[in-house]
Design a protein around this ligand. Structure first.
Ligand SMILES: CCCCCCCC(=O)CC(=O)SCCNC(=O)CCNC(=O)[C@H](O)C(C)(C)COP(=O)(O)OP(=O)(O)OC[C@H]1O[C@@H](n2cnc3c(N)ncnc32)[C@H](O)[C@@H]1OP(=O)(O)O
Ligand SMILES: NC(=O)C1=CN([C@@H]2O[C@H](COP(=O)(O)OP(=O)(O)OC[C@H]3O[C@@H](n4cnc5c(N)ncnc54)[C@H](O)[C@@H]3O)[C@@H](O)[C@H]2O)C=CC1
Length: 717
């Protein structure tokens, strides 16, 4: 709804009221229509201010209403009504003005923003475009290049940046509504005719064709296969080339296509899934809303390699004092330099001073005695990590939380080395740790709810989406990755090439196919893990393609034996112009090697098509996801989907692997898995899991109902 009052004698004040973000629900839209009517018909009122309750202007359309038929006044004529009002209307922008909220502000004749307010048109992240005139008004107000940037990236700008862009008329550090009321008094006598953005000509640009061609190329590269960014560019092009009314018609057509697309549904599901994972629970019944996190003022990071550096930066940027520790002298010096420059770059981007005084460096473990939380990021070596946890347990003050950044080792084994296993949890970051938004918080069988709450909260402070998961080999993300990678290797053995597999996966929407990704992260990483798992030993008299009783592909190991570790050595599944080179080129050597391998093992290459690559890689991954749900390692499909979109570049417009399984149809996924498992009975990961069967038997319920079919989450250990 919206509240109305008259302030300062002649200003009609409309306050949007729909906590927590004053989203434009049917009731709010009706409230705006009614209160505007009141203000315009009140002869004492000379000008109008629109603001939001509780310091938040408006978070946009109410996304929850998108799945039901429209009720209440539609937004486009509502904004048109504001713009055509005969009295000046001022938007007082506090907190957020996003999506439909900013479109409403664009319909006002003046915009006053707090310098720290966040403004943006993030519809592209929901699979939509700014469909209430935003794609037509914004370019007219701030020019085509800036509008392309804001609308296709969906990024938020601060009030201060909005002023520079010409998006707002004035910025204040004081009470925004008071300032807006003063402003409204000052413009009360000025007719708003010349302030209607829809009547502005779109600023000219010397080479529109090149501008739009470049924009189209960028959005296609950034989000392969996503419809919304392309439609955003097309809508802005309409603003730049057509009269307003025709541009609005084009915006409407494009929006109608997007609105009913599966992609929009997937991205809106992803939006709510990101929020749902914050409401975590543990097998014991402990929950997010009944557990108080411990305070973390000071933390220690141990091991300053790739991960430790990023984690230190993320902590400092979250306002935590950090002691960064490393035993290797050269590494410590390099880390110090790298961390300082990351902090400086980050501070420059955010327009603040770098908090270099928040971090100090150490050779030894002694500072551990005085911190609230430790995160270790030393080599992935169980013996080394165990020793470290023993030392920490002896050194730290009572109550210090001990966290491991292990990518898959048993958190309970680490906890059992300490005197207080309840204080131990996994905090699994993703590289680069100061950039990637995902954090898996791994609870072991003895982790206390407070330890989990502390890690979850700390993740949030660092700007991450934290997902609580149970303890098993590889947790959620890496556990699902294993069958996916395995299928890709098997497909090579059976007749295809790395280029073809990658092409199929990239067309699906992954930023990188599985082989380019392996080359980037280094083939030796998986090799070391397989070695530690005893997978490199071939049993006497057995085929090299069977290990531990299952089908195994030794292809990755054979490449590593040749020193082909990927990009860093200039050779891997592809060839690069030099070690560290970035451009992957098909390698004739590798094709010859694959042929030799097949001959040696009596394999006859057959034609593998697009469908087989996609189904075998993705369905094997999804099948493992169902197993994870069945085992209670993830609480629900949303947890898995958030992990895959934010940590493994699963295309957001496909929702995540579990959502995608629902889109494809569970019956179909089951049938195809059965088919491939019949063809390859020696690959256990292709055997459809019981939960998938159970869901199909129960009529393939939609993804939000799957939890009803899950056992209460249980620790496996
Ligand atoms: C042919 C049809 C034509 C139709 C034309 C209409 C076109 C449009 O008008 C298009 C649109 O506006 S689409 C919506 C655009 N707005 C957004 O994307 C903003 C989404 N919200 C945010 O970014 C953050 O919540 C925000 C930055 C605002 C706040 O972040 P916080 O971290 O402070 O809080 P959250 O935990 O994210 O949110 C708090 C609770 O509010 C819920 N919520 C947020 N924005 C919402 C929104 N726009 N609609 C509905 N619910 C929303 C959010 O889910 C959370 O609720 P709980 O999960 O229950 O706690
Ligand atoms: N690299 C990645 O993408 C990811 C790695 N991880 C995990 O993070 C951990 C670290 O991985 P990276 O940073 O990639 O390794 P890294 O090899 O880049 O760095 C490890 C660092 O630990 C230091 N170190 C070893 N023993 C130490 C000790 N006793 N005390 C202090 N420092 C010690 C080493 O000198 C080295 O600088 C591993 O457990 C890994 O599995 C987790 C997520 C992603």
């Amino acid at each position: 709804m919206a509240q109305y009052s008259r302030v300062s004698g002649t200003v009609g004040l409309i306050t949007l009221l729909n906590p927590p973000v004053n989203a434009l629900s049917a009731a709010v839209r009706q409230g705006i229509v009614d209160t505007l009517d009141k203000a315009l018909s009140d002869r004492k009122v000379k000008s109008v201010v629109i603001c939001g309750h509780n310091g938040k202007f408006c978070g946009g359309a109410d996304i929850r209403e998108f799945s039901s038929p429209l009720t209440g006044p539609p937004l486009i004529p509502l904004i048109q009504g504001v713009e055509s009002a005969a009295k000046p209307v001022v938007a007082a922008i506090d907190g957020v003005a996003l999506g439909g909220g900013l479109e409403l502000a664009l319909g006002c004749h003046y915009r006053i923003a707090h310098s720290k307010a966040r403004l943006g048109l993030p519809e592209v992240h929901l699979g939509l475009l700014p469909g209430a005139g935003g794609s037509q008004r914004l370019p007219r107000l701030i020019g085509v290049p800036a509008a392309l940037d804001l609308i296709t990236t969906g990024r938020h700008v601060t009030g201060a940046e909005a002023l520079q862009l010409g998006l707002v008329d004035k910025v204040t550090d004081r009470n925004t509504v008071d300032e807006a009321v003063k402003f409204a008094l000052s413009v009360a006598d000025q007719p708003p005719n010349s302030r209607r953005v829809s009547t502005f000509p779109c600023p000219r640009h010397p080479d529109l064709d090149a501008l739009f061609e470049g924009a189209m190329q960028r959005v296609r590269q950034r989000a392969r296969g996503a419809l919304a960014p392309v439609a955003c560019v097309q809508a802005i092009r309409a603003a730049a080339t057509l009269p307003y009314a025709q541009g609005m018609e084009r915006e409407r057509e494009l929006m109608a296509t997007l609105f009913t697309s599966g992609q929009a549904r997937a991205q809106q599901y992803h939006f709510f899934a990101q929020r749902a994972v914050g409401r975590w629970s543990m097998p014991s019944g402990a929950r997010w809303d009944t557990t108080k996190p411990g305070a973390v003022h000071k933390a220690m990071v141990i091991g300053l390699g790739t991960m430790g550096r990023g984690i230190s930066v993320a902590l400092v940027q979250a306002g935590v004092s950090v002691v960064a520790m490393e035993t290797n002298e050269k590494q410590l010096m390099e880390a110090k330099q790298a961390i300082s420059s990351m902090l400086e770059r980050g501070a420059k981007r955010r327009g603040v001073a770098p908090a270099l005084d928040k971090i100090r460096y150490s050779w030894n473990m002694e500072p551990a005695a005085d911190v609230d939380l430790v995160i270790e990021a030393v080599f992935e070596d169980m013996a080394l990590k165990k020793k470290l946890f023993q030392q920490l347990s002896a050194l730290c003050k009572p109550g210090t939380f001990l966290c491991s950044n292990t990518s898959g080792l048993d958190v309970d084994q680490l906890a059992s080395e300490t005197r207080h296993p309840e204080l131990v949890v996994g905090m699994h970051f993703f590289a680069p740790a100061h950039v990637m938004k995902l954090l898996e918080v791994v609870y072991g069988s003895r982790s206390s709810p407070q330890a989990v709450a502390t890690a979850m909260e700390l993740g949030k402070r660092m700007g991450k989406v934290s997902v609580a998961v149970g303890n098993c080999r590889g947790f959620v993300g890496n556990r699902m990755l294993k069958p996916y990678l395995e299928q890709a290797f098997f497909l090579l053995e059976e007749g295809t090439t790395p280029e073809f597999v990658d092409q199929v996966l990239e067309e699906f929407g992954f930023a990188m196919g599985v082989f380019r990704m392996s080359d980037l992260s280094g083939l030796d990483v998986g090799w070391r893990v397989r070695k530690a798992d005893g997978l490199l030993n071939v049993s006497e008299g057995h085929s090299a393609r069977i290990r531990q009783g299952c089908r195994y592909s030794p292809l990755g190991d054979l490449l590593c034996e040749q020193g082909r570790f990927g990009q860093k050595t200039g050779r891997g599944w592809y060839q690069y112009d030099k070690p560290g080179g970035r451009v992957a080129k098909p390698d004739p050597w590798l094709h010859g090697f694959l042929e030799k391998f097949r001959t040696q093992h009596g394999l006859v290459a057959h034609r593998i098509d697009h469908q087989e690559v996609l189904e075998r890689c993705l369905y094997a991954l999804m099948n493992e996801g169902f197993r994870i749900l069945e085992d209670g390692i993830a609480a629900g499909p949303e947890d898995i989907d958030v992990i895959y979109v934010l940590g493994y570049s699963w295309p957001p417009h496909r929702g995540g692997p579990m959502f995608y399984a629902g889109m494809v149809g569970l019956q179909k996924v089951l049938e195809r898995l059965e088919h491939y498992h019949q063809e390859h009975p020696d690959i256990p990961s292709l055997k459809p899991c019981n939960l998938l069967r159970k869901l199909v038997v129960n009529g393939s319920p939609p993804v939000h109902k799957w939890r009803e079919f899950l056992k209460k989450p249980q620790s496996q250990l």
